[in-house]
Design a protein around this ligand. Sequence first.
Ligand code: NDP
Ligand code: 2IT
Length: 445
Amino acid sequence: MNLEKIMTDLEKKHPGEVEYLQAVREVLESIEEIYNENPQFESAGIIERIVEPDRILTFKVPWVDDSGKVHVNLGYRVQFNNAIGPYKGGLRFHPSVNLSILKFLGFEQIFKNSLTTLPMGGGKGGSDFDPKGKSNAEIMRFCQSFMLELWKMIGPETDVPAGDIGVGGREIGFMYGMYKKLSREHTGVLTGKGINWGGSLIRPEATGFGAVYFAQEMLKTKNQDFKGKVVAISGFGNVAWGAALKVTELGGKVVTISGPDGYIYDPDGISGEKINFLLELRASNQDIVKPYSYEFPNAQFHQGKRPWEVKCDVALPCATQNELGKDDALALVKNGVMCVAEGANMPSTPEAIEVFQEHKVMFAPGKAVNAGGVATSGLEMSQNSMKLNWSSEEVDMRLHQIMKNIHEQCVKYGTTADGYVNYVKGANVAGFLKVANAMLDLGVL
Ligand code: NDP
Ligand code: 2IT
C-alpha cells in the first residue's frame, strides 16, 4: 500500500475535509501491514473502494419556528458501505455538521459495526440544525421535515438510522412517527425507539454501559477494576450518563462532566440523585453544567476549560471529536492516568493518542469502546424482526458479551512484541478484515 499517495489523492479529491481525512489515515496506518500481507486486497482495489461512500444524499430541510419564521437547514445521509449488512449509523443534529464530519463518522461506523459481529454496514447522517433552545414543537416540525426527504432512502433492510449528538429518544420518536405515516408501515427502520413502540430495553444506556464494560476489560488486563477509581468524563449526553451510572455501580467515582462552555469538578462524585437532576435538566432542553454547580455547592465550574486537567485514574471522553489534544494528554499522563477509553467518536487527536501510546497508558479508540450503542441497536433490530422483546437482563448480558468479545479481538490483533496492547491497531485490523473479506466475496461493486 502506498499510504502517502492514497492520502495525497484523497486530499486532492476532498480538499478541506479534515475530520474525514484524519479518520481514513488512522485506519490505513493500522491496516497497512496486514493489507500488504494479503495481495488479494490490493488486486480487488479494496482501499480505493472502502474509503469512498457508496452514495451521499443531501437535501434541504425547511421548517417554521414558533413565531412563524421560516428556516432552512441542510440534511444529509451518507451510505458508506453495506458489504456485511444494511447501512447503519446515527443521525447528528448540531450546527457544526458538515460532510467531512459525517463522512468521518460513517467511515468509522463501518469498522465499529463489523466489530460488533452483528450484520450491519456503515452509514451516518444528520443536519446543521441546532436543537439548543428550541421548543418541543419546533423540534417536532424539524424532525418531520427531515424525515419527509430521508424516508425514501431508508428501510429496515436498507438503511437503519439512530441517534447521535443532538438526537435522542424524543427526536427518534418524531422522525419515526413521520416515517410510519409516509410508509404506512410499523417496521424497525430506526433504532433508539421508545419502549412502547418497538424499542429495546437498555438501548438508552447501552453506549455508556458498553464503554464501561470495555474499560473494565482493559483494567482487568492489569488485575485492576473500577473500585475506588477516580474517573473523569466529558460531556453529559446520551453516552456520558450511562457511563456515569455504570462507573458508580462498579464502585468508581465520577468527578467531572462537561459542556461546550466548561466543566464541572465535583470531588464528592456525580452519582445517584445528581445524575437524575442532570437528566431532568437535559429533558427540558436546559443548560446543565452551570446549574449543577449552583445546586451542589461543593462542585466547581471551570469556565472554558476541559476536564483533562483533573487528577484521575480513568478518563472517558464522551462529548465530541478532537476534544482531547496533545496538552490534555500530557496533563492526564502527568497526573497518573492509567486508562483512557473513548466513549465519543475520535475525541482524541492523533497527537494525543501518540502521547498515550508513548507513555504506555492503556488507550482504546471509540470504534471499539462505544460499539455497545450500535450493538444494542442491532439487538433492537433482531427483536423487531422476531416481533419479540427481550428483558433488560437479556439485552445487558448480550451487550456485555459483545464488549468482552470486541476487547478480545483488540488484544488478538493489537498486542505488540513488548506485551502492550495497541487497541487502535487491534480494532482497525479486526474490523477491517471482516469487511474486506466480504467485499472480496461480493465482487467489484
Ligand atoms: P449528546 O448530544 O447526547 O451529548 C453530547 C454531549 O457533549 C453534551 O453534553 C454536549 O453538551 C457535549 N458537547 C457537544 N459538543 C461539544 C463540544 N464541542 N465541546 C464540549 N462539549 C460538547 O450526544 P451523544 O452522547 O449521543 O454523543 C456523544 C459522542 O458519542 C459523539 O461523539 C457521538 O458520535 C458518540 N456516540 C454516540 C452514540 C449514541 O448511541 N448516542 C453511540 C456511539 C458513539 P451540550 O449538550 O451542552 O451541547
Ligand atoms: O456512533 C454511533 O455508533 C452511534 N451514534 C449509534 C449508531 C446506531 O446506529 O445505534
